[in-house]
Design a protein around this ligand. Structure first.
Ligand SMILES: [Zn+2]
Length: 192
């Protein structure tokens, strides 16, 4: 997804958090608007949910005191073990939930083309791939792909289940992420 400088300028105006910053100092980097943090995401994910995700992050950041807003920046945005990881200079409970939600969504979105509800493919490397993109990548025959993903979940999850340890006990927790999933589905239904 390559955007023109004009398109980037419009994006940066709408979502100031997209402006590239020095990961150590947080100082804005003057790149003539040729780069935004959308470019830090693998292409398929940027296409499928980059805008909804940064919109949710921006809306959260906008509720913070001015001082904290100005010092907020991304320290890293990357793919790790087939999922999106976003690291930030500042964290709140809301921001944590947003980042966890999109991390979960990324597990079932094709990293190449952005197709929703695709399985994780584990072939030494691990990444969510749709069938078409897998066939153009390292997996050459259809049977191989079908075999590799036969036990993998394809649908994006709506509930995040995890455990926390409290007072020596394991407590199961759930975060309902259905609002984020719905947002991504609506965005993709309207995306040309
Ligand atoms: Zn694909």
């Amino acid at each position: 997804m390559s955007r023109t400088v004009e398109e980037n300028k419009a994006l940066l105006e709408k979502y100031p958090i997209l402006r590239q910053r020095n990961v150590y100092t947080g100082e804005p980097i003057d790149n003539n608007d040729e780069y935004t943090y959308l470019d830090a995401m693998p292409k398929g994910w940027a296409k499928a949910f980059g805008i909804p995700m940064f919109e949710d992050i921006q809306n959260e950041v906008n509720t913070w005191p001015k001082e904290e807003q100005e010092h907020f920046f991304f320290t890293d945005i990357k793919e790790k073990f087939g999922e999106l990881r976003v690291y930030t200079s500042h964290m709140t409970d809301n921001l944590f939930n947003i980042l966890e939600a999109y991390c979960a969504i990324s597990r079932n979105v094709c990293i190449v083309c952005g197709k929703l509800d695709v399985p994780m493919v584990n072939r030494g490397w691990i990444s969510p791939y749709c069938r078409d993109c897998a066939l153009h990548a390292d997996i050459e025959c259809v049977d191989d792909y079908d075999d590799a993903v036969k036990d993998e979940r394809k649908e994006i999850v709506e509930n995040l289940l995890f455990s926390i340890y409290k007072d020596g006990k394991c407590c199961p927790q759930a975060i309902d992420i259905s609002q984020y999933v719905k947002k991504v589905r609506d965005y993709n239904a309207n995306r040309s």
